[in-house]
Design a protein around this ligand. Structure first.
Ligand SMILES: [Zn+2]
Length: 336
């Protein structure tokens, strides 16, 4: 081995490179130090121990950025290749327009394809890592054997218990540090990584009253993601199915988001769009679309009640010759 050919005596594990790729933030660059075998990142928005100029040293090789990785294309490829046309279409629709990543991830559990997507994504990230190693002549090894060329083994099913506390797991982390977490342990983990506050200010349930003094009980779930935060309210018990969500930036306070969510829920509960016989009372109705897997049909949930298109059709005959506006918005956006 010739002197000065620094790359040749160090190797990386593809899974480690893939994990670094997956952890990268939009505005940061991760560098591989070919002398120490370590990964360091640089971002204008974080304080860095290492000066930007130092990364110009040839011992540092930049990893592909979030933009280069094209995770969006991976999602589209995954959705497109599905045998099940309905699931495929649902995921492709989720990928349209603003907030595509979030919608895609929200849709996965509804079509029961979370595990399949993360397996697909893991493999795709490992392939990005392999390509990067080959282009930069960095020797690599594969840790698990699962990604060794075409001999891709099926992964074990996700554990259903949190790897930290043993409660029911809700979130599964893929990659080299594979783990399953309950919501609380996931948030603690993400809070430690991002510096975000824990959602302690947000309760896990709330009961609110509508205009008719009827009680509606909501289960509340707060979550911290690498780039954002969310609070979801889902009505439990009872006969209605109201739902609302608020998303915030990573620095937004959970308390502020909670206030916003409650005021939105109160507003929604104070309105009643539908009259008896599935008629829209005041020329306008706002709701959300949900797939009903028992009826195998899409429903429109208005006033917390599910309507089929056939039921809503009555409104068409009444308004023949009228104009109609149909508008879609992300679950976290407010439609008036
Ligand atoms: Zn836990």
């Amino acid at each position: 081995m010739p002197e000065g050919d620094k790359h040749n005596d160090k190797y990386v594990y593809l899974e480690d490179v893939a994990e670094e790729l997956d952890m990268a933030f939009d505005d940061s660059t991760t560098f591989y130090n070919t002398e120490t075998g370590e990964f360091t990142y640089y971002s204008e928005n974080f304080s860095n121990e290492i000066d930007q100029d130092e990364f110009e040293d040839e011992k540092y090789i930049a990893l592909p950025s979030r933009y280069d990785i094209r995770e969006y294309d991976m999602m589209a490829e995954f959705a497109d290749a599905l045998q099940d046309e309905r699931k495929s279409e649902l995921l492709l629709v989720a990928l349209e327009g603003k907030g595509a990543f979030r919608r895609f991830k929200d849709t996965l559990p509804r079509v029961g394809l979370e595990k399949e997507w993360y397996k697909f994504k893991d493999e795709a990230f490992v392939e990005v890592a392999r390509k990067w190693c080959e282009e930069n002549e960095i020797p690599y090894k594969v840790r698990s054997g699962a990604y060794a060329g075409s001999a891709k083994g099926d992964r074990e099913p996700w554990p259903d218990k949190c790897s930290i506390c043993g409660n029911d797991a809700k979130i599964h982390i893929s990659g080299a540090q594979e783990a399953s977490y309950c919501l609380d342990c996931h948030n603690k983990h993400m809070a430690a990584l991002t510096g975000a506050e824990m959602p302690d200010a947000v309760p896990t349930q709330i009961v609110l009253f509508d205009a008719c003094e009827e009680a509606h009980a909501f289960s509340i779930e707060s979550m911290i993601f690498p780039h954002c935060k969310s609070i979801h309210a889902t009505e439990v018990v009872g006969t209605t199915r109201y739902k609302e969500a608020v998303y915030g930036e990573i620095d937004d306070s959970f308390e502020g988001m909670w206030v916003k969510l409650v005021s939105r829920l109160e507003k929604v509960l104070s309105k009643k769009y539908m009259g008896d016989d599935a008629s829209i009372e005041d020329l306008k109705a706002v709701g959300y679309v949900e797939y009903n897997s028992i009826h195998e049909a899409y429903e429109v949930i208005i006033d917390g009640k599910a309507y089929t298109w056939a039921q809503l059709e009555k409104n068409l005959s009444v308004h023949e010759g009228w104009k109609i506006k149909i508008e879609f918005a992300d679950m976290s956006e407010e439609l008036e």
